[in-house]
Design a protein around this ligand. Sequence first.
Ligand code: F6P
Length: 353
Amino acid sequence: MNRGLNFARFLIEQKKRNKSIDDALVSLINDVSRACKNIAIAISKGAVGDYLGDADGVNVQGEQQKKLDVVANQIMIDFAERSGNLAGLVSEEMEDVYPIVHDDLRGKYLLIFDPLDGSSNADVNSSVGTIFSVLRCPGTCLNPTAADFLRPGSEQICAGYAIYGPSTMLVLTLGDGVHGFTLDREFGEFVLTHIDMKIPVDTREFAINSSNQRFWEEPVRRYVGECLAGTGGPREANFNMRWIASMVAEVHRILNRGGIFMYPRDTKDPGKPGRLRLLYEAYPMAFIVEQAGGAASTGRERILDMQPEALHQRVPVILGSKNEVELVVGYHNELGLEEFKSPLFNVRNLFVQ
Ligand code: F6P
């Protein structure tokens, strides 16, 4: 595999190496990559295209939609539906499953995506992304329901993201490592630029929204406190902090130079055990991070082992450099015994009823 290989050719090479990759999957991933190129064009027009600011509606989570959320969602649906390889799709921006109803367009895969992650960043000309995940459709693939999408993350056959930053990149795993492609705008092609990306196991850089500190659980307070203590603290090292407010951008930084990203469980909103969504944020990113040698956990459980209960379920996320993630998980385990004895820190507790 050589740098400079174009994306379509890369997929053909992958298919030769891996019998479980068929023509339909290759064609679907190609169409997702074309959708990402079109989203990149819309984003880059910014204010000139009248794409900045709020749309009229709110999404299923009750969050204000941005104009670009709506545009990116429609672009993904158009390309994915026309690919003819999907039984149905699920998007952050739509409450229910979107089934493919035309017989001649229906295929055997399921696509789950967040069309524009971190979309408020677009208004300030900062990085945003698209996240996607592909499953095989169980059963007949006729009119798939939510139950067909509620499968453990370990069943994903492909996951990826596009990052729209100073350059547009597509990062992909088919379960055999992680590879990054950069969009060559003159030729309109993604070309292989980052072969077999690996996350360093150690890091001195963490990312967390520290304005939520008063809502964190004890293991996260302890971890961040020890990082902040620097050379004089138990870690005997100085740590750096980053927060871009776009999960795609945080994961991309971690894939390139290591780090730990946390949106942990907190007590800010008792109805939500975390901020990030399992199916189209935590699962695909956990698959990518593990394939790059990192780790991804809720603090209590490996993310890819979770059994989802709802399409838009939220979960705590702690991912990145393996040794740091394991340290934070260890702090959760240490507290675990006491945690479930104490009414203050139980799953159902004084804060979370
Ligand atoms: O979709 C959620 C998201 O935008 C992530 O991409 C990002 O990591 C996080 O929310 C930012 O959260 P906050 O608004 O707390 O900074």
